[in-house]
Write a protein that binds this ligand. Structure first.
Ligand SMILES: Cc1ncc(COP(=O)(O)O)c(C=O)c1O
Length: 394
């Protein structure tokens, strides 16, 4: 897995408290440490105490399709979606997973295994630029039931069964997405990891057949490894549960209880003017995006460009707001066919090259969710880049 090699290879400064001024900063992965300060301020409100004899069983509720999901977590998930209005949970099964990474694989497995015999492998596609981990998730185990099919836009003209992964807002470029292939024999998995009001306006309440969410990008608690799927069809949900049973016999109860606690605090505080996570998160992301845009605009010769996002009315905040995505999709403006990743690496900034996301090397994905000191260093290093007119970056 290239992404994890990168994490090991680099001097992963974002994991250290004392950031050396000449350290490589790792903005390749989206480790969501930006929100630590908020949770620290919440003090003991999210503290969970688990006694030695508690949560020992594999099982949570054997009468439920997802028998390893703690009822507290299910209630907390339904409560938060109801408070935010960012997904329909009624008439839907909730499947908890060890991160939405496991759930995405469970959903692909479920949808492809429910197809009639003789219709395999199913092509798994996503419109470029896409979340590069989808490639690894669909190729790593070399399943005979599905295979990575590449860019959904290129697949539009091809025949055959397919599963389209739609990430909205999109990782890496922050745009709002809909399915592109739209053929009757297709299935769609909506990855809504970033459809929360600190990243984007909540303009509607999606009610797709399969919607994936992750605790990691919502609150920043990536280390708990909790994700959930909202699934309309019982058979699809049952197959996903079966996959998780074979894969890991359920999901850590300790993590589920911690997630339930944190989600409940988010729901309780979401309308507060002083404590709301979403208000804090939105201000933090806006502040970072404003600073990044300032640095990019101050660069002479328009070296870099960033996508522009339209304002939209956010039902959660009750007013028009902008989008402040978790990743910056940075492009090099003045040199065609340039390798922006290498240019940034010379400044000790590690990013994910656009070609890993089905795009080109003119683009990189840089995490906007690092700690403050890392983000400041990123801005400083970006601001110090100059490209002489004759310089070739090839
Ligand atoms: C679009 C998208 N889906 C899923 C994930 C993975 O989430 P988790 O940490 O729950 O496995 C990420 C993480 O970067 C993501 O960007």
């Amino acid at each position: 897995m290239v992404g994890f090699e990168y994490a090991k290879k680099s001097d992963n400064a974002s994991n250290k408290n004392n950031l050396l001024s000449d350290a490589v900063i790792n903005l390749d992965h989206g480790d969501p440490t930006a929100f630590e300060e908020y949770w620290r301020k919440m003090g003991d409100r999210c503290t969970v105490v688990i006694k030695g004899w508690e949560l020992m069983s594999y099982f949570s509720d054997v009468n439920k399709v997802c028998w390893f999901m703690e009822p507290e977590l299910e209630n907390a998930i339904r409560g938060l979606h109801a408070a935010v209005g960012n997904a329909a949970t009624e008439e839907r099964y909730i499947v908890v997973g060890t991160g939405s990474t496991q759930l995405c694989q469970a959903a692909v497995h479920s949808l492809s295994s429910l197809r009639p015999c003789g219709t395999h492998p199913v092509s798994v596609v996503a419109a470029a630029p896409y979340y590069s981990t989808y490639v690894e998730e669909t190729t790593y185990v070399r399943s005979e039931m599905y295979r990575w099919g590449g860019d959904a836009r290129r697949y539009e003209k091809e025949e055959g069964p397919y599963i389209e992964l739609v990430t909205s807002p999109n990782n890496p470029d922050g745009t709002m997405r809909e399915e592109v292939v739209k053929r009757p024999q297709g299935k769609v998995i909506y990855d809504l990891a970033y459809y929360w009001p600190h990243f984007t306006p909540i303009t509607h309440r999606p009610h797709h057949d399969i919607m994936l969410f992750t605790f990691s990008k919502l609150s920043g608690h990536a280390g708990s490894r909790i994700g959930w799927a909202l699934v309309k069809d019982k058979e699809v949900a049952k197959k996903m549960v079966e996959y998780i049973m074979v894969n890991s016999i359920g999901v850590s109860k300790e993590s589920q209880m911690r997630a339930a606690k944190v989600l409940n605090v988010m729901t309780e505080t979401c309308r507060s003017h002083s404590d709301s996570f979403f208000l804090y998160g939105r201000d933090k992301m806006k502040n970072r995006w404003d600073k990044l845009r300032e640095v990019v605009e101050q660069q002479s010769d328009d070296i870099f460009t960033l996508p522009k996002y339209p304002e939209a009315f956010c039902n959660f905040f009750g007013k028009p707001i902008g989008s402040y995505p978790a990743f910056a999709w940075l492009a090099i403006g003045c040199h065609e066919e340039s390798d922006l990743g290498s240019l940034l690496m010379k400044q000790k900034v590690l990013t994910r090259s656009g070609n890993r996301c089905g795009s080109d090397k003119n683009h990189v994905r840089a995490s906007m969710l690092c700690r403050d000191d890392v983000f400041s260093l990123f801005l400083h290093r970006l601001a110090s880049i100059t490209i002489p007119a004759t310089d070739s970056l090839h």
